[in-house]
Design a protein around this ligand. Sequence first.
Ligand code: SF4
Length: 165
Amino acid sequence: MVHRSGASRPRQVELIWNITLVCPHDCKECCTVAVHVTRRGGQIHLSTTLTEAEQMPYQAGKGTVFDQAMAHRQQQGLELDLAGKLRVLEHLEGVVPRIDFSGGDPLAAAQNLQVLRVAAQRFGRQQITLTATGAGLTRCIPEEIAPAIGELNLGAFFLKRHKVD
Ligand code: SF4
C-alpha cells in the first residue's frame, strides 16, 4: 500500500505462533494436540491425545524435563531449533507483525524467552502477546518477562483450575 506521502506503508500482519507444543498439562480439549511432558523416575514421558507415549532418559544438568523434551523434538525435526525460530523473525522484516506466542506452553522451555526478547527488540514489546500457563510463568521472574511483552493471556488450564469466569 502507498501512503499519501508517497512512501509505502508496511503491511500489518497478526500471527499466532505455537512456538512449542511441549506443555506441562494434558487438557482433553486442547486444540493444538500439545505434547504432555512428565518425569517418571529417570525417564521423561512425552504423550499426546493422539499418539503413543514416548520415553527418553532424563539427563541431569541438561535443563528441565521441558527443555530436554523440546530439544528432543527439535532433533527429530518436529520443532524449530533456536536458529530456525530467529529466522522466522528475520522473515518478518518489511511487515508490522503483531505476534501472539502460544503453544503448548511457550515458557515451559527456557529457550523461548530468548525468542520473545528478540521479537520485542525488533518489533516493539507492544506488538508481542504471550499466552502461557501458570506452570510456565512460575519458571520465570516477572522482571524477565515484562520487558518482552505488551500483553499476557493466561491459558485455558489456568482459567479452569482457578475457576476464573
Ligand atoms: S494448557 Fe493449553 S496447550 Fe497445554 S494441554 Fe492445556 S489447552 Fe493444550
